[in-house]
Design a protein around this ligand. Structure first.
Ligand SMILES: [Zn+2]
Length: 140
């Protein structure tokens, strides 16, 4: 009886778990180590389990999704407030919406980037699936 090896011989990774761990700023593999060493700088390797994270290529996707989400929240919020109370002075709008936009964008951006890095890890994109090959030296 022969055993047929799978294409990569690798186990499937849980996409939603990796996405959620990345959203929380944690390593998609172990969920313990921090994924970022600075606001948006991804660690080369996980400080907890040593998983290589430098394979990530999030590029423009995090700001794209952040703008899309924040734009819908702020745009919808402005229209809703205007619909509910059209007597609200303009200075209140000028005080609320720009500040809320900045706060939301800066809060969501690293979380969305972490989630996307986690998803790339789970889908074995950009070299995340080369665990069976000899270890690549982490970039300095
Ligand atoms: Zn880890």
């Amino acid at each position: 009886m022969t055993q047929i090896a799978s294409d990569s011989g690798a186990q499937e990774r849980d996409k939603w778990q990796a996405l959620w761990r990345g959203f929380k700023g944690r390593c998609p593999k172990c969920g313990e180590g921090k994924i970022f060493r600075a606001y948006l700088k991804v660690n080369d390797t996980c400080p907890s389990c040593g998983e290589e994270l430098f394979h990530q290529r999030a590029d423009d996707a995090p700001p794209y999704f952040t703008i899309m989400i924040v734009g819908h929240i702020i745009g919808g919020g402005m229209l809703y407030v205007e619909e509910v109370n059209d007597n609200l002075p303009l200075w209140i709008h000028m005080a609320i919406w720009p500040a809320l936009t900045v706060i939301l964008a800066l809060t969501l951006l690293p979380r969305i980037k972490g989630a996307l890095v986690g998803l790339q890890w789970a889908l074995r994109m950009h070299g995340f699936g080369e665990a069976e090959t000899p270890a690549v030296l982490a970039r300095a």
